[in-house]
Design a protein around this ligand. Structure first.
Ligand code: MLT
Length: 258
């Protein structure tokens, strides 16, 4: 399906995939900096932001296919950089496995390669049902908000927290349920990591409570060509919580690519 997206900036293409249940506006802090030298393509994944929200399960593979369809519609056949945060990272990993020839670089931010445990998958199904019954994203937003940000963001940048809450609340219930169910059935990509040879930046907020730094370190070790950067004063939304450090890490990586 065709996705809503922004497409700004000069230079080599960098595609950035947002987390759940956010939208492409979570990359606003990258637009003026990374976007000064790179062409940033930031889609709204299906069901999120301004993209359509079909019924059904939103698998990571389906979402990866949506991104390929967008790139094809833009005539972008050459290898480019794809970065994703959390759920966007699951989609980026699906892309790296399914379309290795389309990538010249990969950025995995606040994400993981492993699948859900049976308990986590069950928790997602229960949450999907609560969201559908409430006909509102509120149950998932209430559950996620306390874990999304580090303490410094919560104390010093309440406007960022409020903005993200407002965007999460706008995600339609069937999209929240579709994405939760899709994440619950995502495959374990651990065995694929040694086969992903493209240069990779693994970035994680030092205080990420949802996908903790230890998991990122394990993932980076299994990737043949990865570097890892821990972003201080950041939780699960590192590029938004500490944009100066996150942008520096991204630019450093992007500028190093052949
Ligand atoms: C996200 O931020 O995209 C989600 O927390 C990912 C997840 O729930 O696994």
């Amino acid at each position: 399906m065709l996705l809503a997206y922004d497409d700004n900036g000069p230079g080599p293409v960098v595609v950035l995939l947002h987390g759940f249940p956010l939208d492409r506006t979570m990359w606003e802090a990258q637009q003026s900096t990374v976007g000064a030298t790179y062409r940033l393509i930031t889609p709204d994944l299906r069901g999120h932001g301004q993209s359509a929200a079909p019924e059904g399960i939103y698998t990571m593979d389906d979402m990866a296919e949506d991104v390929i369809e967008l790139l094809n519609s833009l005539g972008l056949a050459e290898p480019l950089v794809v970065g994703g945060l959390s759920m966007g990272g699951y989609v980026a990993l699906a892309l790296a496995v399914r379309y290795p020839q389309r990538l010249r670089g990969l950025m995995l931010m606040d994400t993981r390669a492993t699948a859900d445990s049976a308990e986590a998958a069950q928790g997602r199904e229960e949450m999907a049902q609560r969201v559908l019954t409430a006909n509102s994203a509120e149950p998932v937003v209430k559950a996620m908000l306390p874990k999304l940000f580090c303490q410094a963001t919560r104390l010093n940048r309440p406007n960022v927290v409020a903005r993200m809450e407002e965007r999460m609340m706008r995600t339609p219930p069937r999209a929240v349920a579709g994405a939760l169910r899709g994440m619950a059935v995502r495959p374990d990509r651990t065995a694929d990591l040694p086969r992903i040879h493209v240069p990779t930046l693994v970035m994680v907020g030092a205080e990420d409570a949802i996908t903790p730094p230890a998991e990122s370190r394990t993932m980076a070790q299994a990737l043949p060509s990865a570097r890892i950067v821990e972003i201080p004063d950041a939780g699960h939304l590192a590029p938004l919580e500490n944009p100066a450090a996150a942008n520096a890490a991204m630019l450093n990586f992007l500028d190093s690519l052949p």
